[in-house]
Design a protein around this ligand. Structure first.
Ligand SMILES: Nc1ncnc2c1ncn2[C@@H]1O[C@H](COP(=O)(O)OP(=O)(O)OP(=O)(O)O)[C@@H](O)[C@H]1O
Ligand SMILES: [Mg+2]
Length: 353
């Protein structure tokens, strides 16, 4: 368990981290997610001991050795390999520079490096130099090099930031498997919500130096506690209205909401994900709104549909499964009716946290 209590960090007069409290259970894969400048790298560097906090304490349970450097493995946002060393030598480095009495015999080092290269699927690249590798391969070497010294805690700062979408996806699947194989507590920084939702056991959402929400991917995605988290975790449509008798009222429409049905508010905003926006041609569907289809993006497993409301010129985004789409045979420029299912409503009270 890593326990952060009341961590604050200032750079001059700028407060980059504000009273961070966080418990990270051993063996978990945790994503630190937040926009650029929210404090992710600062927090990671403090956990790594590379930077001191101005306030607060960090407590590490199960401290097996006093040598802090050995416990924490760090892969930086901009990774660097030793250029003049081969892949093999890069991975072996941490093992070779250990004090003599802790150092493994040569043959054992060799075996361990082979094992790690197998783990990162680079066995055949052992004799290459970093300049002869692709970005994704270099990144995997950096990970293997960090894992070689068996850190108890693995800290990764946007390790896949510089790579293309497909390689990123492959590597994050791979990171998930790796994490499950070599039980290590991993904290993984990203500003990519899909990446976080996809691999993490738990997500910590940071904004402006504050932890705004933490929970499982399911919790933060389906039960965001603020408009910021809702927006940050996925595409969203907004419906402004009045909250009364457990419904959001807009014009003549009344829509069902999720959550607290007792709340009242003159000003409320309903949030709905694109896949929860119903599209129909049936104008008798109660509480539906007419909208023009302005764009259809039909590749992939689901179909994305952009619409423009007839009454307000606001744009909306819907997402249908391919089956639903084929059944409806929707056309661009067609007038259809939309209705939000399960609005998640925030009122001005929620904004002023
Ligand atoms: N050494 C420093 N001196 C002054 N300000 C700093 C320093 N390091 C970070 N900051 C500021 O602290 C804030 C948080 O920076 P940090 O690097 O932690 O953000 P981040 O969430 O990692 O962003 P990114 O996604 O862009 O990497 C930023 O506003 C940044 O400008
Ligand atoms: Mg950063």
């Amino acid at each position: 368990m890593i326990q952060l209590t009341d961590i604050s960090k200032n750079f001059g007069r700028y407060q980059a981290l504000k009273h961070i409290n966080l418990d990270i259970p051993s063996g978990e894969l945790v994503a630190l997610l937040g926009p650029s400048g929210s404090g992710k790298t600062s927090l990671l560097r403090i956990i790594a001991g590379l930077e001191a906090a101005d306030e607060g304490v960090i407590h590490f349970e199960e401290q097996a050795t006093n040598d802090y450097g050995q416990q924490v493995g760090f892969v930086f946002q901009h990774y660097a390999l030793f250029k003049h060393m081969t892949v093999f030598e890069n991975v072996a480095y941490g093992l070779k520079v250990k004090k003599r009495k802790e150092r493994l015999p040569k043959q054992k080092i060799r075996e361990k490096v082979q094992e790690l290269l197998q783990l990162v699927r680079l066995e055949e690249f052992a004799d290459r130099y970093p300049s002869q590798l692709s970005g994704g391969q270099r990144q995997r070497v950096a990970l293997a090099r960090t894992l070689a010294v068996e850190p108890k805690i693995l800290l990764l700062d946007e390790p896949f930031g510089a790579l293309d979408a497909k390689v990123r996806k492959e590597l994050r699947r791979w990171l998930r498997r790796l994490h499950d194989e070599v039980s290590v507590t991993t904290i993984f920084v990203t500003h990519d919500q899909e990446e976080a939702l996809d691999v993490a056991d738990r997500i910590v959402v940071l904004n402006e130096g504050v932890v705004v929400q933490e929970g499982t991917p399911d919790e933060v995605y389906h039960h965001p506690n603020s408009p910021f988290v809702y927006n940050f975790l996925g595409d969203v449509n907004l419906f402004k209205g009045r909250l009364e008798r457990g419904k959001l009222h807009q014009g003549l429409c009344e829509w069902e909401i999720s959550g607290d049905l007792e709340r009242q508010s003159e000003a409320a905003v309903g949030f709905v994900r694109p896949h929860d926006l119903l599209i129909t041609r049936d104008l008798t569907v109660k509480d539906s709104v007419p909208a023009w289809i302005t764009y259809i993006q039909a590749f992939g497993k689901s179909v994305k549909i952009e619409l423009k409301r007839q009454d307000s010129d606001e744009y909306l985004e819907a997402e249908l499964s391919r089956e639903q789409f084929n059944e409806l045979q929707l056309q661009k420029k067609e007038l259809v009716y939309i209705k939000p299912n399960q609005l998640h409503v925030f009122t001005p009270d929620d904004y002023s946290i």
